[in-house]
Design a protein around this ligand. Sequence first.
Ligand code: CIR
Length: 303
Amino acid sequence: MFTRAIVCPPAPNFSQGLTRSGLGAPDYERALRQHQAYCAALEQCGLTLTKLEANPDYPDSTFVEDTAVLVEVSDGDTTRGARHHKVESQALPHSRATAPVSERLAILTRPGAPSRAGEVVTIRKLLNEVFPALFSIQSPGTLDGGDVCQAENHFFIGISERTNEAGARQLAEFLVSQGFTTSFVDIRKSDPGVSPATHSPDARATSDLLHLKSGLAYLGENRLAVTDELCERVEFAGYDVIRVPSSEEYGANCIRVNDHVLVAAGHPQFEGRLRELGYQTIALEMSEFQKMDGGLSCLSLRF
Ligand code: CIR
């Protein structure tokens, strides 16, 4: 169960951040309103928020998720490391006991975009106050939190434009040392000169996603939401997969927060499917963040 989250509102120069969406410049006032609604939704889910000050030195700093990986540790979990892919317990995540923060793990990333590297300074200070020890990704590794998807005791680690093989391996080695399992999902665009660094022989590097979680979310109960383009990947075998149609691809970046799933507004098929499956959804307008290639997960670090 999550009890807290770190958020950072967009700065007035938010529109100067990185983007390849081609959707035009975001409207700052609207972005602020959307961010406020996002924060209210997290509070509705029972979280206490730590709000950082908007930081114009880093126009992308509202996307706090990329600066750290906060590991969910289930209390009294003695099966860590014994599991692989398929989750044996069908218990609802929110019915699990919550590990005290002292038992949780935090990893400081090394963002792959040079313009975002300095964002970790603020996050490091904050996490140092909350977590007893921080593991950090080191050069030459790069890793963005948006490429890391935890599914109970397993971690999918995306290899992308931002997360390189060295960063992915550093994270995987650390997580394995802590009793977790990992698999790599190569989402780089096909490049005959690049050998996919993945555990799975038939992975394809054909994606146009910025981060792995742009196309993947873990919803609890052994269930994943996966975009059309990723859903046949062998890495997701053994999970119940909700296929997100390509017309609603952006919706795949949803987040399970305790008893709710936050989903971007405007994805009726996907949201309808979630409701059919019994999830309580909260739909949020995300248009201004989508223009900057960001999604729901990127706007908070939850723990
Ligand atoms: C960037 O390109 O880094 C930001 N404009 C968007 C980051 C979105 N983060 C995420 O998907 N985890």
